[in-house]
Structure formats: structure tokens, C-alpha cells
Design a protein around this ligand. Structure first.
Ligand code: NAI
Ligand code: 15L
Length: 271
């Protein structure tokens, strides 16, 4: 990969990637609505709003690969989600197509499928069950990825990311933790694997309590090194007693519980 564009570079994951990617992709172009607080002298940064199509067109000129992290990263009112995650994501894929970008990594989320019970292990072929407007916007991004892969020949990878952190921080995250270095491995598969058309992988490390069957990622060469079980004792020692409610029954956690108005006991029996 020559130039690789990272959108949303001022965010949490952007911080990890700015530390880990330069030795692998020396020509990194960072972009965000806001300038990263600690931008180094050797880092290239261009401020842009993803909702501004002309600005995103300029961003993609001369770019070979994109890591698309930019957008709203949690539940929010529809207007905000629509602007950043629907319009912004469309602008990014369109700009990439026009600029001849070869590969795109789309940061999807576990919340695209958050309404599966924690007792179920799901693969990448399940019917999506978004748990929020946010999760729904991630399905839009996954759909765009598939469209631009099959119609326009861009190699696209949707990563249904669990939770990126140096370590898992609570019982739910023991099931969905993604070590930053493992994210880099997934990104490299998406940007470098020959003949890639469109792939979906779960962005999780090697977690014994995983909600996901990530064997497809394994077949593409993913060998995660992070093991959440190494942290399980410490995490469980501080865990609060579990409650019988949607946010603890479903994989998506609080995203499922927010604004919930179904008859939960009845829904549980149908899950
Ligand atoms: P974050 O909220 O820390 O960073 C997102 C960045 O996008 C922010 O710096 C923000 O300024 C930028 N942004 C928002 N709207 C924008 C717009 N209209 N134009 C340009 N930039 C805009 O999020 P984080 O945690 O770094 O996540 C990055 C991506 O990965 C997000 O798309 C998120 O949905 C996804 N993800 C993250 C997970 C995690 O564990 N952190 C889990 C699952 C998915
Ligand atoms: C996400 O999609 C969010 O972007 C992140 O902030 C976390 O909430 C994560 O999911 C999670 O489920 O832990």
C-alpha cells in the first residue's frame, strides 16, 4: 500500500493506529473533524467533515487504501447518525471510487448484530439484528461495502469490532475484547490479502467467552494474540451482580437496553 487514509484519526482507535501503523504504512494520511490533540511533526493531517462531499473527494486523491473509522461511535439522535454515518459514509465510498482507491476497511460494530442473546454464538452469516440507530448505520456501511466491492471492484472489509482497548474492562468485554495489535492484523488482511472482494470479520481477539464464531477470519489468516481470559479473574472480581434485563441478556449490552419498550420476559422466550 502506498498512501493509506485513516478517517476518524483523532478518536480512540485512531490513537492506537497512529502508534502502530507508521512502521507498516509509512505514508499515512490522517483526517478528522478535529485535529488530534498530540499531532506529531511527522504526521500528515487534513481536517475534513465527512458530510462535505467535496472535502472528502480531495481527501481521497492519491490514496490507495482507506481505514474508515470516522463517524459517531455510539447511540445518538437520528440527525447526527444520518449526517456522519450515513451521508458521511456514502461520501467516503463515492470519493474512494472516483479516486481509484483499491481497498477499504470499514469499522463496523458488534452493535450491527447486538440483539442476539449472550448464550448464542454467532458467525458472520446470521441475519443482522441491529440494537440501535448506531448499529443500523453500521449495517448501511456494510451494505455500501458490498455494493462498491461487487459493482466497482474495490476490495472491502467490514470489521464488526467488539471493544478495542489495552485490556478487557468488564464481563461483557471479556467476550468482545480486541487487542489493538490484533486490529492491525485484521487491517493488514483487508488491505493486503490478494484477490479480496468483500469480507466480514469479527474484530475480536482470542476470547474464550467469545459471542462469535470467527473461523472465517481464521481462514483468511487471522491469528489473534490477545487472550481475554488472562484478565478474567481480575475483571470478575470487580463485577457487579448480574440483572435479568435486556442490557445483560443480549450481546449488545446497554445499546439494547436504551429506549427498550418490548415485553422483555416474552421476548426472551422467542430469542
Ligand atoms: P471515536 O468516537 O473515539 O472516534 C471517532 C472519530 O470520528 C472522532 O474523532 C470524531 O471527531 C470523528 N468524526 C465524527 N463525525 C465526523 C464527521 N462528520 N467527519 C469527520 N470525522 C468525524 O470512536 P473510536 O472508538 O475511535 O471508533 C472508531 C470507529 O470504530 C467508529 O466508527 C466506531 O463506530 C467503530 N467502533 C469502535 C469500537 C471501539 O471499541 N472503540 C467498537 C466498534 C466499532
Ligand atoms: C462500539 O461500537 C462503540 O463504538 C464503542 O465505543 C463501544 O461501546 C463498543 O461498541 C462496545 O460495545 O463495547
Amino acid at each position: 500500500m502506498k498512501r493509506v487514509l485513516v478517517t476518524g484519526a483523532a478518536g480512540g482507535i485512531g490513537g492506537h493506529l497512529r502508534r502502530l501503523l507508521p512502521p507498516i504504512y509509512p505514508d499515512l494520511l490522517l483526517s478528522d473533524l478535529k485535529k488530534p490533540a498530540n499531532l506529531g511533526p511527522s504526521e500528515k493531517f487534513v481536517q475534513a467533515d465527512l458530510a462535505d462531499a467535496a472535502a472528502v473527494d480531495k481527501l481521497c486523491a492519491g490514496v490507495e487504501g482507506v481505514i474508515h473509522l470516522g463517524g459517531i461511535s455510539g447511540e445518538a439522535p437520528w440527525d447526527a447518525i444520518h449526517n456522519a454515518n450515513i451521508v458521511g459514509c456514502y461520501n467516503l465510498f463515492e470519493a474512494a471510487r472516483k479516486a481509484g482507491v483499491k481497498r477499504i476497511i470499514f469499522a463496523s460494530s458488534n452493535h450491527a448484530v447486538g440483539f442476539y442473546p449472550r448464550s448464542t454464538k454467532i458467525g458472520t452469516k446470521v441475519i443482522p439484528r441491529p440494537d440501535s440507530r448506531y448499529g443500523l448505520s453500521k449495517l448501511f456501511g456494510e451494505g455500501l461495502g458490498s455494493l462498491y466491492a461487487y459493482k466497482h471492484g474495490i476490495g472491502v472489509t467490514s470489521l464488526r469490532i467488539g471493544n478495542v482497548n489495552d485490556e478487557p474492562i468488564d464481563p461483557r468485554r471479556l467476550s468482545i475484547w480486541l487487542k489493538p495489535e490484533d486490529l492491525v492484523q485484521l487491517i493488514r488482511i483487508g488491505l493486503e490479502r490478494p484477490n479480496l472482494v468483500y469480507e466480514v470479520m469479527y474484530g475480536v481477539s482470542q476470547n474464550e467467552r467469545s459471542f462469535y464464531d470467527n473461523s472465517h477470519a481464521g481462514s483468511l489468516g487471522y491469528r489473534p494474540e490477545g487472550r481475554s481470559e488472562d484478565y478474567a479473574q481480575a475483571v470478575m472480581k470487580n463485577a457487579l451482580p448480574t440483572k435479568d434485563e435486556p442490557s445483560e441478556f443480549y450481546q449488545g449490552g446497554t445499546f439494547c437496553g436504551e429506549e427498550y419498550s418490548a415485553d422483555f420476559p416474552a421476548m426472551k422466550t422467542k430469542s
